[in-house]
Design a protein around this ligand. Structure first.
Ligand code: AHR
Length: 500
């Protein structure tokens, strides 16, 4: 059996996790909103038309913040279409996804839904087809008490109290030629900065996210971040990152190595932030909002067959398998390892559209990727340890890739030390050891394992429990040394508890 050594020190800390690291995303796209979170005609709907089965699963995931309403959708969106009496709301062509938007659900419904889900809202403004004034109006509608045109409009719609939305995205993927109102870095930087100044004048308590590159392969990557931050440094708090991976050719080893690329991507963006910070002679540190990340490729071919201008079709409905769950686990570990800089991250998306939760007329079920996210959100909040992973490596498209990804988190209040680990070796188990003599009194509480002999196994409404975690992985502490055995191709959560 191969061997990996983990080295930690109780004083060698990366930092505390921001709870918003476990955020997610709902876009007006496919069946995310309609049939996903909102379906008044469903037997599962509550009095506001929200699906209770979805809400239960979202609450299980403990999602602290949800980005809304897009995504590409926001770049052609008029937020006013989605407020006020439903019978007066217009149907419009959604140019981003070439479908029809009915506007029967809008920002007030979303704010209500988010409250029920126990989540904050990460609201995006349209900087594709719109600009400073419309963003200002939206903020005024959402956050001012009353006594102005927009805040009084909200009150007239039945929302006496402001929504108090604290974090805002300045557009979406504005570097992408596919984006409605795509802009050059200079064009976007000027617009984002002027919009940010106006928004912060209106509500100085908000935090703002500027668009970074749509992914690490964009030709403008690097220069885009630099130009945007040089212009917006004083007015924004975060730069965004987005990244999706896929395995269309069935190259599992390369696919699972994608976390190497993600780590490199984050380090590069950190470097650009630091570069601009030093040029500005400033003590202000720009943080990262990794507000779209996931696996996305299964639905690409099916989506080409969608009838243009149909109403909330099945779109981007990836059905996730076991190997996708492994990569999602590795991506979560990568985010945790950068918890000092990544303050917000959003698994894209939450329901039906490239999502951990799927709905049908019969109910809702958990996809494979639900589980690593659930575990990280439940046991990953705490102080992240610098976790040195001395793992054997294999050759991949990204260069050397470790077989094991791992990170440790101390949860002081719970008196827990938790390790998350993925074994990417699909053939062999892995023995992992860690010297814990600095952490006296800890015993193994549980070792949760997600594994399936078939890497292509999926969950469905008929077989919702085909891939699910079990407790009972092999972990022991003897003479202060933790020894764990990781099954081939497995996601592992090793929870250690301090005994009285
Ligand atoms: O999440 C799906 C899409 O991916 C989003 O609309 C867009 O921002 C990204 O390209």
């Amino acid at each position: 059996m191969k061997h990996t050594q983990i080295i930690i020190d109780k004083d060698y800390l990366i930092g505390d996790t921001d709870p918003r690291l476990f955020g997610s995303f709902i876009e007006h796209l496919g069946r995310a909103v309609y049939e996903g979170i909102y379906q008044p005609e469903s037997p599962f709907a509550d009095e506001q038309g929200f699906r209770k089965d979805t809400l239960d699963l979202v609450k299980e995931l403990k999602v602290p913040i949800v980005r809304y309403p897009g995504g590409n959708f926001v770049s052609g969106y008029r937020w006013e279409d989605g407020v006020g009496p439903k019978e007066l709301r217009p149907k419009r062509p959604d140019l981003a996804w070439r479908v029809t938007e009915t506007n029967q659900f809008g920002l007030n419904e979303f704010a209500d839904w988010a409250k029920k889900a126990g989540s904050d809202v990460l609201m995006a403004v349209n900087l594709g087809t719109r600009g400073i004034m419309e963003a200002k109006d939206l903020l005024e509608y959402c956050n001012l008490e009353g006594g102005t045109e927009m805040s009084d409009l909200r009150r007239s719609h039945g929302y006496e109290k402001p929504h108090g939305i604290k974090t805002w995205c300045l557009g979406n993927e504005m570097d992408g030629p596919w984006q409605i109102g795509h802009k050059s870095a200079q064009e976007y930087a000027r617009l984002a900065n002027e919009t940010a100044k106006v928004m912060k004048t209106l509500d100085p308590t908000i935090e703002l996210v500027a668009c970074g590159s749509s992914n690490s392969q964009m030709p403008t990557f690097g220069d885009w971040e630099r130009i945007v931050l040089e212009e917006c440094f004083d007015s924004v708090d975060y730069i965004s990152m987005h990244q999706y991976y896929g395995n269309p050719e069935g190259k599992t080893a390369d696919f699972l190595a994608s976390s190497v690329d993600m780590d490199r991507f984050i380090r590069s963006v950190e470097a650009v932030c630091d570069h601009v910070q030093s040029k500005k002679h400033s003590s202000k540190q720009i943080r990262i909002s990794f507000d779209e990340w996931n696996v996305w490729y299964h639905s690409n071919e099916a989506d080409k067959l969608i009838e243009p201008w149909s109403i909330h079709p099945h779109q981007l409905e990836d059905i996730y398998n076991m190997e996708d769950a492994l990569l999602v686990g590795s991506m979560l570990i990568t985010l945790l390892r950068h918890a000092d800089r990544v303050g917000i991250a959003c698994l894209a998306q939450l329901v039906n559209v490239i999502a951990p939760i799927m709905t049908t007329d019969e109910g809702a079920f958990r996809q494979t990727i639900f589980y690593p996210f659930l575990h990280a959100s439940t046991f990953g909040r705490g102080t992240v340890l610098h976790t040195l992973v001395k793992s054997p490596v294999y050759d991949s498209v990204y260069g050397d890739a470790p077989y094991v990804d791992c990170v440790g988190v101390i949860r002081e209040e719970q008196e827990e030390l938790v390790f998350f680990a993925v074994n990417k070796d699909t053939k062999e188990g892995m023995e992992v050891t860690c010297d814990l003599r600095q952490f006296s009194g800890y015993q193994v509480e549980e070792h949760i394992v997600l594994h399936d002999d078939d890497l292509l196994a999926v969950n469905t409404m008929d077989h919702p429990g085909r891939v699910q975690p079990v407790t009972g992985g092999e972990s022991v502490i003897e003479k202060g040394i933790l020894t764990a055995r990781l099954l081939p191709a497995s996601w592992n959560v090793i929870r250690l508890k301090r005994m009285p």
